[in-house]
Design a binder for this molecule. Structure first.
Ligand code: ZN
Length: 218
């Protein structure tokens, strides 16, 4: 089987979606950038299968130019394959993507607002706030376009009335970022319960972002 290690890695992290409660039941999906038979593309979790039943052959390879209709895999990719593809096309440093309906991020996403810098860890997503992609029906091209817009200079975003998506240079990094986004959303909800939190200034966030960059380099 081609790319067996990558397929197993996707299964390992799909199980973690459930066991860490980052995305309950069949929700969420995971993909990894790869190359099969000289075709650039990505491996992605299939549509409608329970994570605990996944086998390496269930993971679907999609070429970057492929639509579901002309894909020759026996399984259908996740219904959200379109935004995975578009992230790989638009973000050259994206090697892995985690999409989750994590409870707190989903709750915040229903307000359709960016998360302001109430905590400096907002910088983890790459900027001075975390954007929320405008609402569009799941699986559509419109949703994909909205996500790409919200990911401008960012590595993660919320998706209105839906959840969140994060990418990284490998699956560990993308998964950890999705977990961090979920933590930040939980803290934000708690902060809002006791009034309007004070927000860090743009200048302060610029300092934090510069520091985070150096920290990553070191
Ligand atoms: Zn979803």
């Amino acid at each position: 089987m081609k790319n067996l290690d990558q397929r197993n890695k996707i299964i390992e992290y799909s199980l973690k979606l459930n066991s860490t409660n980052l995305s309950p039941l069949r929700s969420g999906n995971i993909s990894l950038r790869t190359n099969e038979d000289d075709k650039d593309g990505y491996l992605i979790t299939p549509s409608g299968k329970k994570y605990e039943t996944l086998k390496p052959e269930d993971i679907v390879f999609m070429g970057l130019n492929a639509e579901v209709e002309n894909n020759d895999s026996a399984n259908k990719p996740s219904s959200e394959w379109r935004f995975h593809r578009d992230i790989y096309i638009n973000k050259k440093d994206a090697q892995a993507i985690v999409h989750a309906h994590s409870p707190h991020a989903t709750a915040v996403s229903s307000h359709r607002k960016s998360i302001p810098p109430f905590h400096y860890m907002i910088a983890l997503a790459g900027g001075e706030d975390i954007k929320c992609a405008e609402y569009a029906t799941f699986g559509t091209e419109d949703l994909s376009k909205n996500i790409i817009k919200a990911l401008k200079k960012r590595t993660a975003c919320l998706m209105s009335n839906h959840g969140q998506v994060a990418f990284g240079k490998n699956l560990e990094e993308a998964f950890e970022l999705a977990q961090e986004i979920e933590n930040i959303c939980q803290q934000y909800i708690i902060a809002l319960k006791i009034g309007q939190p004070k927000i860090l200034s743009f200048e302060e966030m610029k300092k934090v972002l510069a520091k985070a960059k150096n920290y990553k380099k070191g």
